[in-house]
Design a protein around this ligand. Sequence first.
Ligand code: GDP
Length: 296
Amino acid sequence: MAFEGLSNRLQSVFSKLRGKGKLTEDDVNEALREVRLALLEADVNFKVVKDFVAKVRERAIGQEVLQSFTPGMVVVDIVNKELTALMGGTQSKLARANKPPTVIMMAGLQGAGKTTTTGKLAKMLQQQNHRPLLAAADIYRPAAIKQLQVLGEQLKIPVFALGDKVSPVDIARQALQHAKDNHNDYLIIDTAGRLHIDENLMDELKQIAQAVSPDEILLVVDAMTGQDAVNVAESFHKQLELTGVVLTKLDGDTRGGAALSVKAVTGCPIKFAAMGEKMDALEPFHPERMASRILG
Ligand code: GDP
């Protein structure tokens, strides 16, 4: 399960702390040293860890906490609140256009789970009684268009495709018109991925964004890649003004670093978490629930 290592380590630190009754400043410092190591081992960005521990220490070392009846629990509560804040505080919801369709552009490196997530998101919207349209604008990966069409058939959601000879910008533009003509209230555009970030890819994504003015630009990143996922998000965000991140593969044994660092490093909220290959394995990301899950 995701975060298992981090979760186990934090739980053992805190059970020691809870067992102590009265706490001294040294007890808190010792616990925070262990928290720091646990976070670093979970591949959380170094600076994020430093700031996080400093914030918790500042709140935990006051007399009020140390002299309370259950200081251990108060410290755990502080950690829980700071972890929640680190991941964005409250749930960050999907934007909605004043005038439909709401346009969502999906971006990400190859293999991150972009096409799968596009299908999952469409299914989630369909279940909320929306009428999404998918657009196949990844004309480079040979099977990408077909993959989206197969998902569309499976989900009974229409897919707008013009083959691989029309430019992605034109596909996006025509898909938007098609959505308007057919009263689709959401348009989700699956764009091309690459193995690495390159200039051509970024230029193409910028042009698509210019052509259809998306309400959301969601970057799909693979949580298993830890710090790399955060670096990818940072690079994309510098060029594209992302509105949100989708973390995939949280069902694997990811160490958790990406989930805990993305918001702090990029300023971009995590909007969804994907926890499996099946079409229903997508959930809105709730920072407070994720923090509680990590702390057990
Ligand atoms: P794309 O290149 O970014 O479009 O990636 P795909 O959507 O084709 O996904 C790449 C692989 O990752 C596929 O085998 C998916 O089934 C798998 N995948 C996507 N999301 C998840 C997830 O949340 N959990 C797991 N375990 N696998 C996933």
